[in-house]
Design a protein around this ligand. Sequence first.
Ligand SMILES: NC(=O)c1ccc[n+]([C@@H]2O[C@H](COP(=O)([O-])OP(=O)(O)OC[C@H]3O[C@@H](n4cnc5c(N)ncnc54)[C@H](OP(=O)(O)O)[C@@H]3O)[C@@H](O)[C@H]2O)c1
Length: 315
Amino acid sequence: MQYRRLGNAGMRISAVALGGWINYGEGKIAEDAAQATVRRAYEQGINFFDIADIYGKGESEKQMGAVLKDYPRHTLVISSKVFWPMSDEVNDQGLSRKHIFESVEKSLKRIGSDYLDIYFCHRPDPETPIEETVRAMDDLVHQGKILYWGTSEWGGEQIAEATAIADKRNLYAPVTEQPQYSMLWRERVEGEILPITQPRGIGLVVWSPLAQGMLTGKYDDGLPEDSRFAREGWAKERYMTEANTAKVRALKPIADELGATRAQLALAWTLRQKGVSCAIIGATKPGQIDDNVAAADLVLGDDVVAAIERVLAGK
Ligand SMILES: NC(=O)c1ccc[n+]([C@@H]2O[C@H](COP(=O)([O-])OP(=O)(O)OC[C@H]3O[C@@H](n4cnc5c(N)ncnc54)[C@H](OP(=O)(O)O)[C@@H]3O)[C@@H](O)[C@H]2O)c1
């Protein structure tokens, strides 16, 4: 496994991380398969596990935390997130100081840890001044509840405003942003986010780098029964278009030439982007972990990247 700095921060995270969305805490995959997959990730050198309060409404934090507690805490980088409503209570949502302070305690309890390595603001909150959120995160760092904080799916201007406030007031600034980024979902990151995050040393930890499995080629010949798109109709609608299917098929000879799988090719493509610190994958089986971690060692030459670009442009 390759370990990379989280932007300019000193902490190192595995180039491939495992996320706890949808596959954990929602009863969609069997408990023993979920546990075995998290264990395989750790055994394969993944140290970064990305969770959120909203995943399975707290159940993902519990399920992943129960496995991770078997490993020495200093060998793990655990994140959680705050923003989405956890109940109908008026203050049980958003990025107010009140919700942030109350949420972190609940996440820590569910995960079974004294601190989070990274705490993400899961979306921007138009109802709370950014300064209130930056101050709350800074306070949590001083309290030792979190070591670093970041944003997720914030706009470039919002990230710039948060860092400007932190710099002006001498507060801890966000060190990472978590956007969606893959061969099939790239415009916002490349056009809006990287120009803001890269010069500020903010590292991107990107989600759905396999376009929820689309880029692995598993949907080349239809819909396998035991797959994300068979379970989640909305995800199938989003990615499994005719154009995308054609592109993914056309990537096969490029991967074959390298002796790689298409999952590895897709992950290596995100990891080659300067400013990207890691790719956060999902996995339902230990074998998917084995396949995906190998991407960290796959270096794509300029000719390969150019060939990929031609495919993605539909040429
Ligand atoms: N910040 C945010 O707003 C946000 C939003 C979404 C996700 N995330 C984070 O990103 C993480 C990853 O998201 P994701 O699960 O959509 O990522 P992904 O890596 O793009 O897709 C993962 C899915 O693809 C399939 N798969 C993975 N590796 C495979 C392989 N080698 N061969 C065949 N199939 C494979 C598996 O599904 P099946 O086996 O079920 O087909 C797996 O669950 C989440 O867990 C979460 O931590 C963050």
